[in-house]
Design a binder for this molecule. Structure first.
Ligand SMILES: NC(=O)c1ccc[n+]([C@@H]2O[C@H](COP(=O)([O-])OP(=O)(O)OC[C@H]3O[C@@H](n4cnc5c(N)ncnc54)[C@H](OP(=O)(O)O)[C@@H]3O)[C@@H](O)[C@H]2O)c1
Length: 267
């Protein structure tokens, strides 16, 4: 990539998992990458994972729950590089708990990070993405496509995100902005060691997986396709998409029965 066509990517959740893997892939393709998270030492550690041949990432700390910090993150990127071509919203936290055991402050915290964190980022980056006809891509989940026991709150945050981005996509299409949403199953990242319970505290025992845990590299193929081919959305693993099609046919009964069985909620 020549200096004239240098592309700038801003990535939240850039210190770990999907965000970090995406930052490294984009950097290898010649993007200049800004990685963000709350923890500066963790971001500096993440920086060391970039090879000497890649452009080192620029680091900005921000808590996506805080609107002003997200605004400063976008403004800081513009102040340093003058443009933003891609925003990848990967910051997120997981929660697994029955709804009736979930505390209101824990629910609000999760919605703030997973939904408002993305909304603030979209709001503040759109004016700059308009100038570059850039991309805004967010990480969602299969639980943002279909109700799943014990994922009511996490799923609600991702359903909200999907609804927001599906609507804004139509509004911004005439400005040439690409909006992508990636909905995935369980991916092998450090997220699994940080799952919150209904009290908002990290679970001491990682819950058993009802489904396969997919390698991060497999998921990355899908993430990079959405970004580089400016795809509208992706569901990973892909075989889930036709299964979701059964819900309207049998009023969700078959899927409900299957998922209740998987999570131990059958009568
Ligand atoms: N892994 C999965 O199974 C899976 C499945 C479906 C969807 N997803 C979604 O994929 C995205 C990435 O997840 P991952 O698996 O890569 O998780 P991860 O390895 O735990 O990384 C999460 C990232 O988000 C950042 N983060 C968390 N809270 C934040 C906050 N309040 N402000 C700013 N940054 C914050 C973390 O950095 P700090 O903690 O240092 O701030 C970290 O960089 C998430 O949106 C997740 O919901 C993951």
């Amino acid at each position: 990539m020549s200096k004239a066509e240098q592309k700038i990517a801003l990535i939240t959740g850039g210190s770990s998992g999907v965000g970090l893997a995406t930052a490294k892939k984009l950097s290898a393709l010649g993007y200049t990458v800004v990685i963000s998270g709350r923890d500066l030492p963790k971001l500096e550690e993440a920086k060391k994972e970039f090879s000497a041949s890649e452009i080192p990432p620029f680091v900005i700390t921000a808590d996506v729950k805080e609107e002003q910090q997200v605004k400063q993150l976008v403004e800081g990127t513009i102040a340093k590089f003058g443009r933003i071509d891609l925003v990848f919203a990967a910051a997120g936290v997981s929660m697994r708990a029955p709804f009736e055991e979930s505390k209101i402050d824990a629910i609000e915290h999760l919605m703030k990070v997973n939904f408002f964190g993305v909304l603030y980022l979209l709001h503040h980056s759109l004016p700059f993405l308009k100038k570059t006809k850039g991309s805004f891509v967010a990480m969602s989940s299969l639980t943002g496509r279909r109700g799943v026991p014990e994922y009511s709150i996490y799923g609600a945050s991702k359903f909200a995100l999907q609804g927001l981005l599906d609507s804004v996509r139509m509004e911004m299409d005439r400005d040439g902005i690409h909006i992508g949403v990636i909905s995935t199953g369980f991916i092998d990242t450090p997220l699994r060691q940080r799952i919150l319970g209904g009290d908002g505290k990290v679970l001491t025992k990682t819950p058993l997986l009802p489904f396969r845990l997919w390698p991060l590299e497999k998921c990355m193929e899908v993430v990079m396709k959405v970004i580089l081919k400016r795809q509208r959305d992706a569901i990973f693993p892909g075989f889930i998409r036709p299964l979701l099609g059964f819900d309207p046919i049998n009023f969700g009964r078959m899927g409900d029965r299957y998922l209740k069985g998987k999570f131990g909620y059958q009568k």
